[in-house]
Design a protein around this ligand. Structure first.
Ligand SMILES: [Zn+2]
Length: 201
């Protein structure tokens, strides 16, 4: 089990783009300068899966966001980034468009589990063998450890809101309506793994 040392360009591209949507270009540039990532000012990595930049760059950005906005203030930024990342990744997974939304809750959740398993397998190639997906009494759970969202961070509360946003977008797309996703454990807050629960509605 280990994280890849480099992150896909797409992760940085989406992170910068969605942050700019929320705090504006000046805000993003201030944040990039604070995080000592001036090299990305007006120079986002392209939205592809080439592994060019070290994971440290990504972590510096997340750390800077939390330093500047605080744990609570960073939450909507990270969550929004995660939901946007899901919307964009929809285009990369043609199977996602075959979902049958007329089925019962039970059947739709089965579809969700099957699609999510495929997504987790694909993610292992991109981020490393750090994901464990399982079906649970509540619905389903994903564990990440080590976790690229919170590597080296120390926080009071779970902080991997971008992952929560991604899973929330995914679950809502398949199930429709209101859905609930929660980060119940987080390495940054002292737990052995980051754990995300996706509730069956
Ligand atoms: Zn984490």
């Amino acid at each position: 089990m280990g994280l890849n040392e480099k992150v896909p360009n797409q992760l940085l591209h989406l992170t910068f783009m969605t942050t700019e949507e929320i705090i504006g270009k000046d805000g993003l540039n201030t944040l990039l300068r604070y995080a000592k990532l001036d090299k990305f000012i007006d120079n986002f990595p392209p939205p592809d899966f080439e592994m060019v930049y070290p994971i440290g760059d990504f972590i510096q950005f997340v750390t800077g966001t939390i330093d500047i906005f605080g744990e609570r203030g960073a939450r909507p930024i990270l969550f929004h980034g995660g939901t946007q990342a899901f919307k964009i990744s929809l285009d990369l997974f043609p199977d996602m468009h075959k979902i049958d939304k007329t089925k019962t809750v039970e059947k739709k959740f089965e579809q969700f589990v099957s699609l999510y398993k495929t997504a987790v397998e694909a993610s292992k190639y991109i981020y490393g063998d750090v994901f464990t997906f399982s079906e649970t009494p509540e619905g389903a759970a994903l564990e990440i450890g080590p976790c690229f969202w919170c590597l080296g961070l120390k926080t009071e509360k779970p902080i991997c809101h971008a992952q929560v946003g991604f899973q929330h977008g995914f679950l809502q797309y398949v199930m429709g309506g209101e859905v609930k996703v929660e980060e119940t454990h987080c390495i940054a807050a002292g737990d052995p793994v980051c754990r995300f629960v996706m509730y069956k509605p």
